[in-house]
Design a protein around this ligand. Structure first.
Ligand code: NAD
Length: 251
């Protein structure tokens, strides 16, 4: 197991990509804490499933946009398990709409949940990592930051922000033995993409070189790579995991 004895925290871990990350990190031997926003039943099911498999897991109800709660969650994890080795900033939402009609409420909701959460959890989580002189931070971005999608100015702004943040923090904390990387998923089959999948899955698949949508586990595998010693000399990197969606036409 690549992560035996490590302590991990994943934001938004009760479903989708976050849940797959929780499961994959635990399978590699990490003790895994995760946050969720509202669905206690889903979160408890993830914990129960892992406990049945003799893994250690704990769920915290915490709005990712709440900085005080982020500090409480990090403190609770460090108190319970003594350290924080791996932080995965995964929580995210979409509130798509053309800019001309986008309310400030929808702009701010996405900025607060997707980007400000990364500040809150890194700000609180970096201290135990700096004390331990080791750590792995993995931020979940999106190919929307690279390509631009109409209707996603708010979302793409957060993901572009996350990528810049990742590079800056990587330079700040490299000397402390901490790596900071990002994963930029393409089109992954989760609740977030359900509506567009129902409307246009066949059309989208045509543009993916591997001719299938991504699964949450495809992203979790990249997260495990960045969490493990296999990536010990990689930092400030954004890994696109999109099945070739953004390769372009080559013409
Ligand atoms: P999802 O909607 O299935 O899951 C989102 C997760 O974020 C859930 O666990 C939810 O509880 C959590 N979350 C949302 N708001 C929260 C809040 N305020 N506080 C705490 N947790 C909150 O979506 P997903 O596809 O699993 O998305 C996970 C991440 O991957 C997001 O950052 C998303 O932007 C990114 N991503 C997804 C895709 C895709 O195609 N699905 C593509 C690129 C990037």
């Amino acid at each position: 197991m690549k992560l035996a004895g490590k302590v991990a925290l994943v934001t938004g871990g009760s479903r989708g990509i976050g849940r797959a990350c929780v499961q994959a990190l635990a399978k590699e031997g990490a003790k895994v804490a995760f946050t969720y926003n509202s669905n206690s039943e889903a979160a408890n099911n993830v914990v129960k499933e892992l406990e049945l498999d003799q893994r250690e897991a704990i769920a915290f109800k915490a709005d990712a946009a709440d900085g005080q709660r982020a500090q409480e969650v990090i403190d609770a994890v460090v108190e319970k398990w003594g350290t924080l080795d791996i932080l995965v900033n995964n929580a995210g939402i979409i509130k798509d709409g053309l800019l001309a009609a986008m309310s400030e409420e929808n702009w701010l909701a996405v900025i607060n949940t997707n980007l400000n959460s990364v500040y809150h959890y890194c700000h609180a989580g970096i201290r135990p990592m700096m004390s331990a002189r080791k750590g792995r931070i993995i931020n979940i971005s999106s190919v929307a930051a690279h390509n631009g999608n109409p209707g996603q100015t708010n979302y793409a702004a957060t993901k572009g922000g996350i990528e810049g943040f990742t590079r800056c923090l990587a330079k700040e904390v490299g000397r402390r033995g901490i790596t900071v990387n990002a994963v930029a998923p393409g089109f992954i089959a989760t609740d977030m993409t359900e509506a567009i999948r129902n409307a246009a899955e066949a059309e989208i698949t045509k543009h993916i070189a591997l001719k299938r949508l991504g699964q949450p586990e495809d992203i979790a595998n990249a997260v495990v790579f960045f969490a493990s010693d296999d990536s010990a000399y990689v930092t400030g990197h954004v890994m696109t995991v999109d099945g070739g969606l953004t390769l372009g036409s080559g013409m």
